[in-house]
Structures are given as C-alpha cells and as structure tokens.
Design a protein around this ligand. Structure first.
Ligand SMILES: Cc1cc2nc3c(=O)[nH]c(=O)nc-3n(C[C@H](O)[C@H](O)[C@H](O)COP(=O)(O)O)c2cc1C
Length: 154
C-alpha cells in the first residue's frame, strides 16, 4: 500500500513519531514521511493512505508546522473526497480541556473537505508513563490489518 505519514509539530515529537511509524511500516509498504508545512492539500490523493501525527500548542491550537496547511485547506476549494486518513494526537493532559485538540481540529478540517477518517483517533499524553510509539505502533498496525481484511471481503 502507498502510505504517506504527515506530521504537524512544534518541537519535534510528532516528527520523531512519524519517522518511527515510517520505519515500522516500510518493510511491508511504500512509505513516505513529510512535514505538513511542506504539503499542499491538493497533493493528497485517493491512492495513498495518509497517517497524520499532530501535536497541540497554545490554547488547543495547531502546532506551527500544521498551521499553514490548515490555512490552505480553509482558503482553497480543496475537495478531499476519496482521501483516506488516520490521525494520532500528541498532547499533555495537564492542559485538561484542550488536551490533543490540535489533532481533533485537524481531523475536522480533513472531514469538512470530504476526506474519510479510518479508525479512531488515538492520543498520547506527555505527562503519562507511555512512550508515543508504544501507543501509536499497535494503533496503526491494527488499522492496516482491518483495512486489508475489509479489502479481502469487499
Ligand atoms: C507552550 C505549550 C502549549 C501546549 N499546549 C497544549 C494544549 O493546549 N493541549 C495539549 O494537549 N498539549 C499541549 N502542549 C503539549 C504538547 O502538545 C506536547 O508536549 C507534544 O508532545 C509536543 O509535540 P511536538 O514536539 O511534536 O510539538 C503544549 C506544550 C507547550 C510547550
């Protein structure tokens, strides 16, 4: 499968996790990894499965590297129907009400343009004991396994 791991980050955690996801999947799939800052929404296509990793900054806002992408998504008349994505959020539960809202907002923007979310959005809490990859790697492995079962059945 063609997979593009897209990350939105401020201080690099989402980038490191995106690279871990790329490394974990590239034996079995054709995987690229890129910063949302360098991504044009018009380049997202229906043949590629997009795995988005995005942190939260400010007061539940998108991190700096995701903001220009989100702005382009709002400004342009982009049609993301046919685009499939899964999304993983990084945050810190100390922020309570705004916990991982950056990824939540980004998922809403993808869906508002017609993209289809695959699987549930999972999150990592920087003040918890887990490493992000310990949550994200089983999460994406499960999603891909379900997708291949559905493909066989369909
Ligand atoms: C100034 C600042 C503001 C933050 N605001 C939030 C927030 O509103 N909600 C949240 O869940 N996490 C918040 N975080 C936590 C980050 O999302 C978390 O540390 C994440 O792992 C950072 O990933 P990154 O390095 O990819 O940007 C904030 C962190 C900082 C330093």
């Amino acid at each position: 499968m063609k997979i593009c791991v897209l990350y939105g980050t401020e201080t690099g955690n989402a980038e490191m996790l995106a690279e871990d996801i790329q490394s974990a999947l590239e034996d079995d799939h054709d995987v690229t990894c890129r910063n949302l800052a360098d991504t044009d929404p018009a380049a997202l296509d229906g043949e590629t499965f997009h795995v988005v990793v995005c942190s939260t900054y400010g007061d539940g806002d998108l991190p700096a590297s995701a903001q220009p992408f989100a702005d382009r998504l709002e400004d342009g008349a982009h049609d993301l129907s046919g685009v499939r994505f899964a999304i993983f959020g990084l945050g810190d539960a100390e922020y309570d009400e705004t916990f991982t809202q950056g990824s939540e907002k980004l998922a809403a923007k993808f869906k508002a343009r017609g993209a289809t979310q695959i699987g549930a959005r999972l999150t990592h809490d920087a003040s918890g004991d887990d490493l992000p990859e310990d949550i994200a790697l089983p999460w994406i492995t499960d999603i891909l396994a379900n997708m291949s079962v559905e493909q066989e059945e369909g």
